[in-house]
Design a protein around this ligand. Structure first.
Ligand SMILES: [Zn+2]
Ligand SMILES: [Zn+2]
Length: 126
């Protein structure tokens, strides 16, 4: 994927951002979807609110609003989670895609799982 001045991609979902949807996160400085036109359709990938102290607008993308939990021991990538669950990695990805396993998708598209959710899942399996 090549980036040009015409096609700017959202840092959260990776899709192209239309002019009326452009917003830059105050935390990471990256572009994300924020619909600023009530008359046009568009899904937000972040939020904007008024800072009561400075009376200025504050922007934050979903990636910064929902950071990956700090307890890294508890967070597994697809390979680790598949091992814990005792199933193939591809099977785990399929189960996540249909919502059978709780998971989280990062801005770059990586799937993350919590150890507890994976253990719950493998115990619930017959
Ligand atoms: Zn987006
Ligand atoms: Zn951000």
């Amino acid at each position: 994927m090549t980036q040009t001045a015409e096609t700017k991609a959202c840092n959260v979902c990776g899709l192209t951002v239309a002019i009326h949807m452009e917003a830059w996160c105050n935390t990471c400085g990256l572009l994300y979807h924020l619909n600023q036109r009530a008359d046009l359709p568009g899904d937000d990938c972040g939020q904007v609110w008024i800072n009561e102290e400075h009376l200025g607008l504050e922007f934050a993308c979903d990636t910064c609003l929902n950071p990956v939990p700090a307890g890294l021991d508890d967070v597994l990538d697809t390979g680790e989670a598949a091992q814990v669950a005792g199933i193939a990695e591809s099977a785990l990805i399929e189960l996540a895609a249909i919502g059978r396993v709780k998971h989280r998708r990062t801005g770059s598209g990586t799937l993350l799982f919590r150890r507890g959710d994976i253990l719950d899942f493998s115990q619930g399996r017959r």
